[in-house]
Design a protein around this ligand. Structure first.
Ligand code: AMP
Length: 389
């Protein structure tokens, strides 16, 4: 089956046409900078290109995507549309899209203010261009809905959970689900007898404890700000810092939001960049703050993995994925070296090859397994969509 996968972000629309039989993308691309200086970059069976666009809205961007798919003679072959949705609120699994689902997504805009409206527009626009095709929403939060109460509740008055739905939701669920499924296959174990920790390390970073194929805890919470140190996000900090900065520097809510989401993490610590490549390179050249940024990133990641291990009866494998997890031998080495308490021992040669030998295994034989597994969220969205059709 050919599935169009749409990922409507705050100012971008990513797309891919996935053939679920071959599990390959026939075409993919993105419209970036919607609203100002937008452009489309795409590749398909006939040709690929990058050109400026005048896309003021997400609707304009989706028009441009379907134009491109028409030019590539692909539009008629698409049999279903799958949408990536950041926040699924109450949804525990992927859902066929109905007007009720779209209304619900709009109703939880406050949970992810930049993303949910874009997702709703994406669904409504796709319905215009593909009125007869089934459409499915795949939520980043859904995989984490199996977390027990002890893992998802904050210790604040219970009424705030009941009335405002403030709880830990977790994100990157599609990636954690995909790589944990792949890991179970690679290990050759039964899902019901497998215990994993998955670390999705990209621009955003999160880790999850997976027991018998189900998420039992994860590092992100009510929003994707909680947990690990990220490119520009702080991860968890003492919330009293916010009161302190308000009183001492007069920072209001918007300024604090900007500080923690856009100016912190690797960028804030290093003063150089949110990109792990730049930070690692600078650290190797002796840049003091880059060294600190790398050390804090890896230590905090190891500490969180240690905490997640507590949620499992045993650990069969630690999985690295995402741009950093798949490519940064330095980060993986430091994390495993911080985790000797769990018995991990790195195979330096395999790690340096980015796990391309032995199915991505980077740990020494006879020691707890650490594996690199490239994530493929688009494929999982396409497979979920096919499953509904
Ligand atoms: P993602 O969000 O999964 O696309 O990951 C993006 C991040 O991966 C970038 O911001 C980089 O920090 C990181 N990354 C990509 N390639 C490398 C590499 N070769 N070494 C270290 N980090 C990398």
């Amino acid at each position: 089956m050919r599935v169009l996968v749409l990922n409507c972000g705050s100012s971008s629309v990513k797309f891919a046409v996935i053939d679920t039989d071959t599990q390959k993308a026939i075409s993919s691309g993105l419209v970036e900078n919607i609203g100002a200086n937008s452009y489309i970059k795409a590749k398909g069976p006939k040709n690929g290109f990058e050109k400026d666009l005048d896309a003021a809205t997400h609707a304009d961007a989706i028009f441009a995507v379907q134009q491109y798919l028409k030019e590539q003679d692909l539009i008629e072959s698409i049999e279903a549309v799958g949408h990536r949705v950041v926040h699924g609120g109450k949804f525990v699994k992927s859902e066929p899209i109905t007007s009720e689902v779209i209304d619900y997504i709009k109703s939880i805009t406050l949970f992810a203010p930049l993303h949910e409206p874009a997702h709703a527009i994406g669904m409504e626009e796709a319905k215009k261009y593909f009125p007869t095709l089934p459409q499915v929403a795949v939520f980043d939060t859904a995989f984490h809905q199996t977390m027990p109460v002890k893992a998802f509740l904050y210790a604040i008055p219970y009424e705030i959970y009941l009335n405002q739905s403030v709880r830990r939701y977790g994100f990157h669920g599609t990636s954690h689900r995909f790589v944990s499924g792949e890991a179970i296959r690679l290990l050759g174990q039964k899902p019901e007898d497998t215990y994993l920790i998955t670390a999705h390390l990209g621009n955003g970073c999160s880790a999850a404890a997976i027991s018998q194929g189900k998420c039992v805890d994860t590092t992100m919470g009510f929003t994707p700000l909680e947990g690990l140190v990220m490119g520009t996000r702080s991860g968890s900090i003492d919330p009293a810092i916010l009161f302190f900065l308000n009183k001492t520097l007069g920072y209001d809510i918007d300024r604090l939001d900007q500080l923690l989401n856009k100016e912190s993490g690797l960028l804030g610590l290093s003063g150089l960049s949110n990109d792990m490549r730049t930070v690692t390179q600078a650290a190797a050249e002796g840049h003091e703050r880059a060294k600190i940024a790398l050390e804090v990133f890896c230590y905090r990641l190891a500490r969180e993995i240690g905490g997640l291990a507590m949620a499992l009866p045993r650990l069969d494998a630690l999985v690295f994925t995402g741009g950093i997890g798949e490519n940064s031998a330095v980060v993986r080495e430091r994390v495993l070296n911080n985790l000797t308490i769990l018995g991990f021992q790195l195979d330096a040669k395999k790690n340096a090859q980015n796990g391309k030998e032995s199915s991505g295994l980077i740990s020494k034989d006879g020691t707890p397994k650490a594996i690199i597994i490239p994530t493929n969220e688009e494929l999982l969205i396409a497979m979920d969509t096919e499953a509904f059709v």
